[in-house]
Design a protein around this ligand. Structure first.
Ligand SMILES: [Mn+2]
Length: 346
């Protein structure tokens, strides 16, 4: 986006928000670094460009050790979605997610005033939003927000710069995949503005004991067939563990597709990673989840969620089998799939 375009969009954003006093900035559930960074970037923008107060709200849990370190070290003060009073917050900005995307807790009767996102697909409801900026080619929502901040000529506090930098870094895997030129420009702009010590402490956080137990269970559950890998983690401590494990398993030699299935609080979470250039991870996961839940994602990274209450051991085991079968059948049609375990226990 050119600076001129950014300035025009800023004017439109301002016109949409101007009648309001307080803006609720809403991220997706279990917000990742990009969602949090983009949210706080918008808060800075609203304050310094439009003189508007805002509060950042999130749903779900912040579980990943890196993300918790990011919140505390960068002092990202967020409130839970349950606390949101829509009489006070007449304006809503949705970030790193879209209306009806299924991964945020904005009630369907509320049409947000602003949507900033980079996820496919662009939802039909998004087009009804007065100001929507969904750039599906961008690697991170943080990049989009930084372009606005630069165009508005706002000085970047170190904490926000560090957050945005880390948001871009994580969403693009260090500019390794799912990025465009704009993400590189944003990265370069930020690299000299970050707090290096804090960034290091975020990237190398200390983990709780339970984390290692869960990683052990994730390894025990690994089954592989050809270049496909699947694992199931029952009772995850937090939902984004599925994505964390998927990233980890993705580092296994000879593996082209990873599916991690995990349960948390009566829901099943799925996370897919692929290095297959021909197939889309988002489409694959929509096929696997089917009508049972919601799914979305980028080309090589995707996630899904299935509401599956009540879930006893038997019903969840049969649901895991159904998901695995669809995963194998979609990627290896007509083959007699016989997965083998990575770790054999006696
Ligand atoms: Mn993102």
């Amino acid at each position: 986006m050119t600076e001129k375009e950014a300035k025009q969009k800023l004017d439109r954003m301002k016109a949409v928000l101007e009648p309001h006093k307080h803006v609720a900035i809403v991220t997706h559930n279990n917000p990742d670094p990009d969602a949090m960074a983009a949210a706080f970037g918008l808060q800075l923008l609203f304050k310094h460009s439009f003189g508007l107060e805002s509060t950042v709200f999130y749903g779900g849990l912040i579980g990943r050790a890196e993300n918790r370190a990011m919140v505390s070290l960068l002092k990202l003060n967020m409130e839970n979605m349950q606390e949101i009073d829509y009489r006070r917050y007449k304006a809503v900005a949705l970030v790193d997610t879209q209306p009806a995307a299924g991964n945020n807790q904005l009630p369907s009767k509320i049409i947000p005033d602003i949507v900033v996102d980079h996820h496919k697909p662009v939802r039909a409801r998004t087009k009804k939003v007065p100001f929507h900026d969904v750039r599906t080619d961008y690697g991170a929502s943080s990049t989009i927000v930084l372009e606005y901040i630069i165009a508005a000529g706002i000085g970047l506090p170190k904490n926000i710069a560090t957050a945005l930098f880390y948001g871009i870094k994580t969403d693009t895997y260090d500019l390794g995949r799912e990025f465009i030129r704009a993400d590189i420009e944003a990265y370069k702009y930020l690299v000299d503005r970050v707090d290096r010590n804090k960034l290091w402490r975020i990237e190398k956080p200390l983990h709780r004991h339970g984390y290692f137990k869960q990683m052990y269970n994730a390894l025990l559950g690994v089954e592989m067939y050809d270049d496909l890998l699947v694992t199931v983690i029952p009772e995850m401590e937090y939902p984004d563990l599925a994505a964390e494990v998927a990233d980890w398993m993705y580092g296994m030699k000879g593996i082209k597709w990873v599916l991690v299935i995990g349960t948390c609080g009566g829901k099943i979470y799925l996370s897919v990673r692929t290095r297959d250039g021909k197939r889309d991870a988002g489409r694959l996961i929509r096929t696997v989840v089917g009508g049972h839940g919601l799914a979305g994602g980028h080309g090589k990274i995707a996630g899904g969620i299935i509401h599956h209450e009540p879930m006893d051991a038997v019903s969840s085991a049969s649901e895991f089998d159904r998901l695995k079968t669809r995963f194998y059948a979609t990627l290896k049609p007509g083959e007699n799939v016989r997965p083998v375990r990575l770790i054999h226990t006696k």
